[in-house]
Design a protein around this ligand. Structure first.
Ligand code: ATP
Length: 423
């Protein structure tokens, strides 16, 4: 990830910051494609409005949501080496995995929210928290969004944005971070429709992953057992991926009933119920939530698409990314620097006509240039050679099969258009 400019350790030159990462150029493009795919996919299945909430929210929001009281993980320290662990991930009867000692502190509850103070006054009224999830900004704005957009229930409010959790043990690279990004959809519906919308969204969200090219056999839905359910949810199902370290949650889908709107109505004193014109009664909408981490999905996509194979006796690394997700859609490689001009013209035309990310590369042997593109997941490479001067054709090489075909120069843009399903 670092060598190709996908992800860097944050503040690396100062020794890094645990559980926090920076995203490089290719990583930024890949994340952008992930967000676009998600946005398009949810909008296809219902009326969705978008919003961007603030990252800071006052204490009252997190008291109402239950985060101040419940957003804890159990923590334990080794008395000898002071290593800190999540108590639920460790067998305390066994020695410390770090130093082998068997004496522990008591298990304490650790609240994972980042707490801060707004302004200079240091009293309780100035306490704020960095949001540990994007969802609450949606709930507290429900009435604003509902009344300013002329929508009817059912509809969804979706949001993409940063969330912060002071994880006790950030690990597995982008899997568990302290600063990460979520894509959340809160679907508001009538209570009697909630069970069927829970099924509906579970199915749609499951299908999303195959549509962006993830191996279907490595994605499954795992319903929560009743003793596993969070205090706010009536039903919950995880979309899990088979990571190299086991089946783990990639996305959570929850039937939250009216918990959130009810809590915020009670705590704020503002009525968040809606009026049903048909029955002439007010009711509290129910919520179906879908929540997935951009970074966790990024990691999933990398694991799922990474391959090592041998082409013409040479080992290569290839990212078999779905064209819609690939950060660079096509590379343009003149066989000789003398041929730069016509190849560069095609590169510009593709970039500008189709509005896609492309690379022009005239540096090094053609084999090396292909490998570079394979490794970052570019679906196709175009080469312009001396023959192109007379036959007005280019060679197009497919990343996965490495097969090459000759097509007319003026067919290159339509070829890409078709490959990327651009109209
Ligand atoms: P986990 O059990 O893995 O901690 P969770 O149940 O706490 O996850 P949710 O609160 O349901 O997670 O968050 C929804 C989604 O946000 C997760 O499915 C995951 O994709 C992402 N996510 C949550 N915590 C992190 C984190 N620390 N780093 C990266 N992504 C995260």
């Amino acid at each position: 990830c670092k060598r190709r400019g996908f992800i860097y350790q944050s503040a690396e030159i100062y020794g890094g910051l645990n559980g926090v990462y920076d995203t490089g150029h290719l990583g930024t493009l890949l994340k952008r494609n992930i967000r676009t795919a998600w946005e398009k996919s949810i909008s296809k299945h219902g009326e969705i409005l978008f919003m961007e909430g603030s990252l800071l929210a006052p204490s009252a929001v997190w008291e109402a949501s239950g985060h101040v009281a419940n957003f804890h993980d159990p923590m334990v320290d080794c008395l000898k080496c002071k290593h800190r662990y999540r108590a639920d991930e460790l067998d305390l009867a066994k020695p410390c995995p770090h130093c082998g000692n068997t004496a522990w502190t008591e298990v304490r509850q650790f609240n994972m929210m980042f707490k801060t103070q707004l302004g200079a006054a240091a009293d309780n009224s100035s306490v704020a928290y960095l949001r540990p999830e994007t969802a609450q900004a949606i709930f507290i704005n429900f009435k604003n969004v509902y009344s300013t957009n002329r929508v009817k229930i059912p509809f969804g409010i979706a949001q993409m944005g940063k969330a912060f959790r002071n994880e006790i043990t950030p690990k597995q690279f982008l899997f568990r971070m302290r600063e990460f990004e979520q894509m959340e959809l809160e679907w508001f519906c009538k209570p009697e429709q909630a069970d069927s919308f829970f099924e509906y969204w579970s199915e749609k969200r499951h299908a999303f992953y195959a549509n962006i090219g993830i191996t279907p056999d490595k994605i499954r839905l795992r319903p929560h057992a009743s003793d596993e359910l969070a205090h706010y949810s009536k039903q919950c199902v995880d979309v899990e991926y088979e990571f190299p370290f086991g089946w783990k949650e990639l996305e959570g889908i929850a039937h939250r009933a009216s918990f959130d709107l009810q809590q915020h109505s009670t705590f704020s004193g503002k009525d968040l119920s809606v009026f049903d014109e048909e029955t002439k009664t007010s009711y509290m909408p129910n919520v179906i939530e879908s929540s997935v981490g951009v970074d966790r999905l990024f990691l999933t996509i990398l694991f799922d698409s990474y391959r090592e194979d041998v082409v013409e006796g040479e080992e290569r690394v290839v990212l078999a990314l779905h064209p819609s997700i690939a950060p660079i859609k096509a590379a343009f490689l003149p066989l000789s620097k003398k041929l730069n001009e016509p190849m560069h013209a095609l590169y510009q035309a593709s970039k500008n006509t189709l509005g896609i990310e492309c690379i022009f590369d005239d540096n090094g042997s053609i084999g090396k240039r292909y490998r570079r593109q394979d490794e970052i997941g570019t679906p196709v490479c175009f080469t312009y050679d001396f023959e192109s001067e007379t036959d007005h054709c280019v060679t197009v090489r497919n990343r996965d099969t490495t097969k090459q075909e000759r097509i007319a120069l003026d067919q290159a843009v339509p070829y890409l258009q078709q490959l990327l399903h651009l109209s």
